[in-house]
Write a protein that binds this ligand. Structure first.
Ligand code: TRP
Length: 341
């Protein structure tokens, strides 16, 4: 077995967006922070994925700001760039190089099955960018360019992870290098990996929801957070005391999940503490907890984004460390493919 196959390495990434919300924090960042102590981790801001839908001069400026903003969020949430390289994808050209080779390994039939492309391209898939179509191939390259073994992602990314495994497997077979790429595993952890909309407990909390009251943004101030929680949709019954009582009550489940995620308590513990009480009492406690957790995070994000040059330095340093890992792997891939160096 090659050294690559038994060594654990975490890679994850998030698209740069100007509206990071509680779902991004509880569902992703909090887990990424935790994983730093257990494994070698790399965290990427996937700016190349961010041009698959919108592209052009108007988008360019907001992309730059969003890349810095998301980098600030990574750091404010507790990712230590000295321990875990933080970098933007476009500064590590090996991602794009490997993606091209993977475009030639992956089959059209595999990509045709991707449900996220169907959702994002909508009715007129012929008008979607080619980049949106091969998005999952670039994602496979993001992961495998480091031979990462573990990928913390949300449920909605599991199909893309399966594709990454299929690509890794086919590469290993086609080039007769059995253990060259590991088959990366999704890591889906934590009680609140799926944070739902505050307006509709059956829909994911999302930056694209029309109503700002559906989500808590990481940049919201204390009053806004409190107001959004106060107005969050609930049902008339008191807080459930058991999982059984929670069934069919998505809004109650969501608020309890959020409390658990923010406090670090289990869902059972939260139900033991608040079950049977009215939502208004629970919402007060939740809003205090949310403000106490998110206010320092927002303040740190503001401080960091106030010095863009410093953020850019962090990204450059991260990219350099990332390239030190990715470079030799891509060189070996190119040898396997038969490219003359
Ligand atoms: N597609 C992921 C998402 O929307 C983002 C992403 C791109 C990613 N490349 C990645 C996540 C590599 C994990 C690993 O959430």
């Amino acid at each position: 077995m090659t050294q690559s196959a038994n060594r654990n390495r975490v890679l994850s990434g998030m698209q740069p967006t100007n509206t990071l919300h509680l779902g991004n924090y509880l569902g992703a960042l909090k887990n990424w922070v935790r994983m730093q102590d257990a494994m070698e981790c790399l965290y990427c801001v996937v700016d190349m994925h961010a041009i698959t839908q919108d592209v052009g001069y108007a988008h360019a400026e907001s992309l730059t700001a969003a890349t810095r903003g998301v980098t600030a969020a990574y750091i404010a949430a507790g990712i230590d760039p000295k321990k875990s390289p933080i970098f933007n994808q476009s500064q590590v050209p090996e991602h794009a190089e490997l993606a091209w080779i993977f475009n030639c390994v992956a089959r059209v039939g595999w990509l045709d099955r991707m449900t996220q492309f169907k959702e994002k391209s909508g009715k007129h898939k012929e008008r979607a960018s080619v980049g949106l179509y091969t998005y999952p191939v670039l994602m496979a390259a993001d992961i495998l360019v480091y031979k990462a073994t573990h990928v913390p992602v949300g449920e909605d990314q599991k199909q893309h992870l399966e594709l990454a495994r299929d690509i890794a497997q086919k590469f290993n077979n086609d080039f007769s290098v059995p253990d060259f790429f590991p088959l990366p595993e999704p890591v889906i952890t934590g009680p609140a990996t799926r944070v739902m909309s505050l307006r509709d407990g059956t829909k994911k909390m999302s930056k694209s929801d029309e109503s700002d009251f559906s989500r808590i943004n990481l940049t919201d101030d204390a009053d806004t957070i409190a107001q959004k929680i106060r107005k969050a949709r609930t049902d008339p019954a008191p807080l459930p005391t058991s999982k059984k009582e929670m069934e069919g009550r998505p809004e109650a489940e969501n608020l309890i999940n959020i409390f658990a995620g923010l406090s670090g308590h289990s869902i059972e513990q939260v139900m033991a503490d608040y079950g049977g009480q009215s939502f208004s009492a629970f919402k007060n406690a939740l809003s205090e907890l949310a403000v106490a957790t998110l206010s320092p995070l927002a303040a740190e994000m503001r401080r960091l984004t106030g010095d863009p040059a410093e953020i850019d330095n962090i990204l450059r340093a991260g990219a350099e460390k990332a390239r030190a890992i990715a470079g030799p792997i891509v060189a070996e891939v190119k040898r396997n493919v038969g490219f003359v160096a």
